[in-house]
Write a protein of this length. Structure first.
Length: 189
């Protein structure tokens, strides 16, 4: 399983980069309207979901955590599509969609980290990203009336922090792969 994860470390890094870019754009444009935020969130959730599913497909059959990644990716895509098909939803409804997505994504991250802890050090980055995601979702669910501007800033900060943690984990997987080369398969005639 670790061989496959380390060979596909780029998926994790790419998800982190997309999250950071989304977060920076969100923080640089705090005055955007809620409609634009809905569309930005939709695009981000779909991109993250597709990348999560891409990583899961690359790991298919190499452990049980790939199924959690598929579920997390489908939830992200569904949340993104909901934002595009129903852009007139209220800020509170958007917060609840984002909160549910963040909690489910965080749970999927922590499930993957539990599997990784047996074979790699530094899996705490994925646990921390998962806890951050769950915490972010809970805060949004508990305090939905904080206002659109505060919501934009929180989303931007969350995306950057989660992105940095995913990039750190991706490079840790890469490092592990380099120090544990996959055994060569021998072909006998």
């Amino acid at each position: 399983m670790m061989d496959v994860l380390s060979r596909n470390w780029g998926w994790v890094v790419l998800r982190g980069v997309v999250a950071i870019l989304f977060g920076i754009f969100t923080l640089m444009s705090p005055g955007i309207t809620l409609a634009v935020l809905v569309l930005m969130y939709g695009a981000y959730a779909i991109a993250d979901g597709v990348l999560m599913i891409g990583g899961a497909i690359a790991h298919h059959g190499k452990g049980s955590h790939w199924f959690a990644m598929i579920i997390g990716g489908l939830i992200g895509i569904a949340a993104g599509l909901a934002a595009f098909f129903w852009p007139g939803i209220t800020a509170v409804a958007l917060l609840m969609v984002i909160a549910a997505w963040a909690v489910m994504t965080g749970i999927a991250m922590m499930a993957a980290a539990i599997q990784l802890r047996k074979v790699i050090t530094g899996e705490w980055r994925l646990v921390l990203a998962g806890l951050l995601s769950v915490g972010f979702g809970v805060v949004l669910a508990v305090r939905p009336g904080t206002g659109a501007l505060a919501m934009v800033l929180w989303i931007g900060m969350y995306a950057i922090a989660a992105g940095v943690l995913m990039i750190g984990l991706g490079f840790r997987l890469r490092s592990w792969g380099r120090s544990h080369p996959a055994p060569l398969l021998s072909h006998t005639a």
